[in-house]
Design a protein around this ligand. Structure first.
Ligand SMILES: Nc1ncnc2c1ncn2[C@@H]1O[C@H](COP(=O)(O)OP(=O)(O)O)[C@@H](O)[C@H]1O
Ligand SMILES: [Mg+2]
Length: 274
């Protein structure tokens, strides 16, 4: 246990944020506060959904946890270590996958291992295993442009899994997919998550997605993003979106989001000269 001044938390926790704030371009006239006072503890194997209006700092928080950006205030730990730089333990998946078009699927999946200097046979074996977990072994030799959008996102998930991360950071990973594909990808992600034992922090602005996936939904305020409330969802999966419980959660989350979306909208309007 680590205690004051940060408030006690377990060094076994997958992610711990204490008083985390981020001001972009700090100290310049363009300074822009994106996040303020974020306190969050994520347990190993927990599925957290970060829900909030566009521009409230959800992506910013993922970049900080990924160690790709430095917070302006506060502290972030992952399994007891400061999250000060990128680590293979924490993989980030974006909305638009950036697969290398000149590499085939398995070479894309094992790209991180090639940077580490792993030999070809090991890379191929790890890629094959990761692709098996996303149901895409048959596509090993294909090029990214031969795949559908859903398949490309599965390759991106396989690439993240190949590094055996303890924390999967997912930034609206299914936002560019059609509704049917997205529902399939959610089911698929729940299977992968269960097998991997990793913690997931999943960003979305879709309430349905939050209700389908989360152990806990972290609702953000409009910018500067703060945690407005955290709603636990103690329902077995797969969840029936038409059940009264899911309906009630959707109403609750819609209510929590409504005023924040209005505020975010007002701010964006104010930025546009009349
Ligand atoms: N690299 C950056 N430099 C300056 N401002 C940024 C940068 N990235 C994001 N922002 C700003 O920070 C705020 C939060 O952005 P972001 O984290 O992308 O929000 P969300 O993911 O919730 O839509 C926005 O006002 C955005 O314009
Ligand atoms: Mg974002």
């Amino acid at each position: 246990m680590v205690s004051e001044p940060y408030g006690s938390f377990s060094s076994k926790d997958a992610v711990v944020c204490r008083g985390v704030g981020k001001t972009w371009a700090e100290g310049t006239p363009r300074a822009h506060e994106a996040l303020r006072g974020i306190d969050l503890d994520v347990k190993p194997g927990e599925f957290i959904v970060l829900l909030g209006p566009s521009g409230c700092g959800k992506s910013t928080l993922l970049y900080l946890i990924a160690g790709l950006e430095q917070q302006s205030k506060g502290h972030i730990w992952s399994f007891g270590d400061p999250a000060e730089g990128p680590s293979p333990d924490r993989s980030l998946i974006f909305q638009e996958t950036s697969l290398f078009p000149w590499l085939n699927v398995w070479q894309n999946v094992s790209f991180g291992l090639s940077i580490r200097g792993a030999p070809l046979e090991e890379r191929r074996a790890v890629a094959k295993e990761a692709l098996a977990r996303v149901g895409l072994v048959e596509a090993m030799e294909k090029r990214p442009d031969e795949l559908s959008g859903g398949m490309r996102q599965r390759v991106a998930v396989a690439r993240a899994l190949a590094m055996r991360p303890k924390v999967l950071l997912m930034d609206e990973p299914f936002a560019a997919l059609d509704v049917q594909t997205r529902a399939k990808m959610q089911d698929f992600l729940l299977d992968v998550w269960r097998d991997s034992g990793a913690s997931v922090l999943f960003v979305t602005h879709h309430i349905d997605e939050a209700v389908a996936l989360a152990d806990r939904v972290v609702v953000f305020t409009a910018r500067p993003g703060r945690i407005k409330t955290i709603i636990p969802i103690d329902l077995p999966r797969p969840r029936n979106p038409f059940s009264p419980e899911c309906e009630k959660l959707r109403m609750q989350l819609t209510e929590e989001m409504r005023s924040e979306v209005d505020r975010a909208f007002a701010e964006q309007e104010a930025l546009v000269p009349a």
